[in-house]
Every structure is written in structure tokens, then in C-alpha cells.
Design a protein around this ligand. Structure first.
Ligand SMILES: [Zn+2]
Length: 240
């Protein structure tokens, strides 16, 4: 291949990790990335739901914990994730959304990637940042369609007709956890957990910080450019 300037082949993409406060637009952006690079979008929520319904030993353990409302330990979370990453559709890269969530999970993941059977020389960690006020407003503006699940936002991604789904004309609803008090609580819990992760990846030279405060399409454009740039660069010094 002598056309190194064109978009990288999906085969060459390192794993992509998405970090960002709730409401920064991770889910929407992850779907777009998955489409463009034809790689799976692995959200921890989805992985866990699928695992909890499987017949495996691990699945039963997860199901029990979820049913009893127990906190799932880092150890179990990591086992579930590794089982998913081992599947064939992850060979050409993948997007992890919602994992790692804690510092031990991040350390574990890097160890797995550096020494496990599915070695990756590097990862691309995207940190979508949004200022507190923007974020607050944005979470308050979030609406979803009870029929098809599509998510809208009065500020950043409004439906064509206010309050109504573009696809099926259902009246849009606000999620219970998008209420102001719950939002404040979630944001502070998130900061406590995630800032150490951000520092961890920054220290390894693999963090791309990107403002998620702009219009969704603009963020997507920047994201594509940043990922394609990062994929072409040599691994950071000190990486395996
Ligand atoms: Zn709908």
C-alpha cells in the first residue's frame, strides 16, 4: 500500500476506548464510529445483558448478581469483557464504551492487551469533554422515543417536529434519571471514578481529548480525523 494518506484500513485500527461524562454523546458517536470502520460497538450494558442470558457458568454468576442488585466486582466485569473481546468480530478492532470504568479495570485491560492472546500494541482513548453547564443543559434536553428507542436532544439533536419522533411520530419522553438532582449526583460520581482513568491514559500518551460541546456532526468529523491521525502515528514511546 503506497497510499498511506487515505483512511486507514479497518483491519489496522487499534482498540478504541471511549471515556466521557454521561451526556457527552458517547453512545451516538460510538455508533457512528462503528458504522464508518465496520467494527463492533461494545457497550458494557449490552455485553452484560447478553451475558446474563447465556447458559455459561459466568453468565449465571452475572445473572445472580444483577438479580440481587449486587455490585459486580472488577474481577467479574473483566472476565465478562475478555470473553467478548475474544470473539472473531473483534479481530479488526472494536469500540469499548463504558469499560474500563475504574482504575483497576484500566490496569487490567492494558495488561490483557499487552500480554494476552489478542495483543494490541496500542489503544486509542478518546475523552469527550463537555463543560459542566453545557452538560447540565444537555442532559436536561435529552428525550427518547418509547417506541423505537431513538434518542433526541432539544439542544443538540432536535427532532424535526418538537416533541415527536421523526421515524414513528411517537411523543418523546424524558428518562427518569435525566432529572436535575439525579444528574448532579451522576456527574459527581462520574468525576470521582473517571478522572483517575483519564490521568492513567494521559500518562501513557494514548489519550485524545476532544470537546463534545459542539454540534453532534461536528464532533463526529473531529473524531474521525483524530482517530485516523492517531492510527497512522507510531505507538507512543514506552508502549509495548
Ligand atoms: Zn421512534
Amino acid at each position: 500500500m503506497n497510499q498511506a494518506q487515505s483512511a486507514p484500513s479497518p483491519r489496522l485500527l487499534p482498540p478504541i476506548l471511549l471515556l466521557g461524562v454521561p451526556g457527552a454523546g458517547k453512545g451516538t458517536q460510538a455508533k457512528r464510529l462503528a458504522q464508518r470502520y465496520r467494527i463492533p460497538h461494545l457497550s458494557t450494558g449490552d455485553i452484560f445483558r447478553e451475558m446474563a442470558h447465556s447458559e455459561s457458568e459466568l453468565g449465571k454468576r452475572v445473572w445472580n448478581d444483577m438479580r440481587q442488585g449486587n455490585l459486580i466486582s472488577d474481577d467479574v466485569v473483566c472476565q465478562v469483557v475478555v470473553e467478548r473481546l475474544d470473539r472473531d468480530d473483534c479481530r479488526g478492532g472494536y469500540i469499548l464504551d463504558g469499560f474500563p470504568r475504574t482504575l483497576p479495570q484500566a490496569v487490567w485491560l492494558m495488561d490483557f492487551l499487552e500480554s494476552g492472546p489478542r495483543t494490541a500494541v496500542r489503544v486509542i482513548v478518546i475523552y469527550l469533554t463537555v463543560g459542566y453547564n453545557d452538560l447540565y443543559r444537555r442532559l436536561l434536553g435529552r428525550r427518547s422515543c418509547p417506541t423505537c428507542g431513538r434518542i433526541y436532544n432539544d439542544f443538540t439533536q432536535p427532532p424535526r417536529q418538537a416533541g415527536v419522533c421523526d421515524l414513528d411520530q411517537s411523543p418523546l419522553v424524558q428518562r427518569k434519571d435525566d432529572d436535575p438532582a439525579v444528574i448532579r449526583e451522576r456527574l459527581s460520581a462520574y468525576e470521582q471514578q473517571t478522572l483517575p482513568l483519564v490521568e492513567f491514559f494521559r500518562g501513557r500518551g494514548s489519550l485524545l481529548e476532544l470537546s463534545g460541546a459542539e454540534a453532534v456532526d461536528r464532533v463526529t468529523e473531529r473524531l474521525f480525523a483524530a482517530i485516523e491521525q492517531a492510527a497512522l502515528e507510531p505507538p507512543p514511546a514506552g508502549a509495548a
